[in-house]
Design a protein around this ligand. Structure first.
Ligand SMILES: Cc1cc2nc3c(=O)[nH]c(=O)nc-3n(C[C@H](O)[C@H](O)[C@H](O)COP(=O)(O)O)c2cc1C
Length: 305
């Protein structure tokens, strides 16, 4: 079940997605963390952030809408109090999701994380508003993205995974920009901008008015994006968006992902990630797949053998 990418060796391709699994340690009594390939932490900023006021989460027909507002404990508290607890689970790699409002803030977080023990990689959340670009997300402007990746790569002492926003016309183009600027891998997709309205009260259901859509509703779009990005870049892809079952995860690997992340699934079933890891192993056995890594990009099309 082993997979490797960007110099990381994971015991299996299942990774808990950022923002849906706390800092990892909160799940230790629910999930056998040793059974996961890795966890991605909640996004970490230079200073602690309280996030938006509730309501911050709304259930939708086939997924979930969230506007948490990037609540987190801040890099100092994360390094001092959250990260050390994960050393109890050495098989489960820790990937730290990083964000800032300016490129300097991203660099500052990475600088501090570089001094800490127990981190295997960084995942840069490029879906954050860039205050120097009028609030336009880093990941929707190729020039902001290029600068962000170049500057963070320069300071990062661990592999740099760039998490792409799906709210763009060509995610393949953005992936190429990230790769050329030095990204070691890309992860996709983040949530889709969306909103929900209560007709009775005539009010938006989220305090922030709009938020990000995730879960099974986005899976077919995410799959197509992973497939497209696999054709656009040579660097490894971590695929996600609506993965609930082992078959879903296999589909993302066939589309070109080296490993997969599951997020919203943990809200419906807190053991979803462990179940996925077991389920993928069972799927491989029942389909005579000797190495799960052989599934990456193995999609058969009319043009392939
Ligand atoms: C409540 C919530 C919080 C999230 N917070 C973050 C975050 O801090 N950083 C980030 O890069 N992605 C964040 N995400 C996006 C997820 O990591 C993932 O990209 C997205 O939800 C799609 O995967 P899924 O359909 O399996 O949930 C968040 C998602 C949810 C539902």
């Amino acid at each position: 079940m082993r997979v490797s990418f960007a110099g990381l060796e994971l015991t299996n391709p299942v990774i808990a997605a950022s923002g849906t699994f706390g800092y990892g340690v909160e799940f230790e009594e629910i999930v056998s963390l040793e059974k996961l390939g890795a966890i991605v932490t909640k996004g970490i900023s230079l200073e602690p952030m309280a996030g938006h006021t509730p309501p911050r989460i709304v259930q939708t027909a086939a997924g979930m809408l969230n506007a948490i507002g990037l609540q987190n404990v801040g890099v100092e508290d994360f390094v001092e109090r959250k990260l050390p607890a994960m050393s109890r689970y050495p098989k489960c790699k820790v990937i730290v999701n990083v964000f800032g409002r300016t490129t300097n803030e991203y660099v500052g977080v990475i600088d501090r994380l570089n001094d800490a023990e127990g981190i295997s990689a960084y995942e840069i959340n490029a879906s954050c508003p860039n205050v120097h670009a009028g609030g336009m997300a880093f990941g929707t402007d190729p020039y902001s993205l290029e600068e962000l990746v170049e500057r963070t790569k320069r300071v990062a002492i661990h592999p740099l995974i760039v998490k792409l926003s799906p709210n763009v016309t060509s995610i393949g183009h953005m992936a190429r920009v990230a790769a050329e600027a030095g990204a070691d891998a890309v992860s996709l997709v983040n949530t889709f901008l969306a909103m929900s309205i209560d007709a009775e009260t005539r009010r938006p259901r989220l305090s922030n008015i709009s938020g990000g859509l995730s879960g099974p509703a986005i899976k077919p779009i995410a799959l197509r994006m992973v497939y497209g990005v696999a054709r656009a870049v040579e660097i490894p892809i971590l695929g996600m968006g609506g993965i609930v079952t082992a078959e879903d995860a296999v589909e993302f690997m066939l589309a070109g992902a080296t490993a997969v992340q599951a997020g919203t699934a943990s809200y419906a079933d807190p053991r979803a990630t462990e179940r996925l890891a077991k389920g993928m192993e069972a799927w491989c056995k029942s389909h005579d797949v000797e190495k799960v890594a052989s599934l990456t990009g193995a999609l058969k099309t009319a043009n392939s053998q």
